[in-house]
Design a protein around this ligand. Structure first.
Ligand code: S3P
Length: 169
């Protein structure tokens, strides 16, 4: 990287690999890494499935809005939760920031496969594949809206995706 951005923010659907790729970029660059889902869990003192269950999704989204605001000046790599772009305020925060925002763009089939294998996402457990697909279609343009770069992830390892992102700068 010639002129390294201060803050690199990864957005994309759940299961796109934001956390894995983010950690890999941070490792390659010896920079810090921040996972917003983890930051929310630490703030709440509960796991995300527990927050959804006991406090509801609206409460989760409030916590999320607060951590997104804090993240835009984080000195390093940030992995966001897949739903951040549904909140207009978060989109504005991302667009107004000096952070470089990267959309990790995958395909529906691979994403669903990964999510089912991991079993941790409360939203997927509640939804049919059709409504999941609708969520996908709704969010895709929103990720595009906030992104400075779109990186295709299909058929690539996290290390390769990270290397492609690093090569952008
Ligand atoms: C969500 C994605 C999850 C997590 C929460 C809601 C979403 O993050 O924030 O379960 O609305 O897509 P990942 O994208 O890291 O799975």
């Amino acid at each position: 990287m010639t002129e390294e951005p201060q803050t690199l923010i990864l957005v994309g659907f759940m299961g796109a690999g934001k956390t894995t790729v983010g950690r890999e970029i941070a490792r390659q660059h010896q920079s810090q890494f921040l996972d917003l889902d983890l930051a929310i869990e630490q703030k709440a003192g509960m796991t995300i499935p527990e927050i959804f269950k006991s406090e509801g999704e609206a409460h989760f989204r409030q916590l999320e809005e607060a951590v997104v605001k804090e993240s835009v000046t984080f000195p390093g790599v940030v992995a966001t939760g897949g739903g951040v772009v549904e909140n207009e305020k978060n989109r504005q925060t991302l667009k107004d920031s000096d952070a470089v925002v990267i959309y990790l763009h995958g395909n529906l089939e691979g994403t669903i496969g990964r999510l089912l294998a991991d079993g941790q996402r409360p939203l997927l457990q509640k939804e049919s594949t059709i409504s999941f697909f609708k969520r996908w279609q709704k969010r895709d343009p929103l990720y595009q809206e906030v992104a400075d770069y779109v990186v295709e992830t299909v058929g690539k390892t996290p290390a390769r995706i990270a290397a492609e992102i690093v090569a952008l700068f």
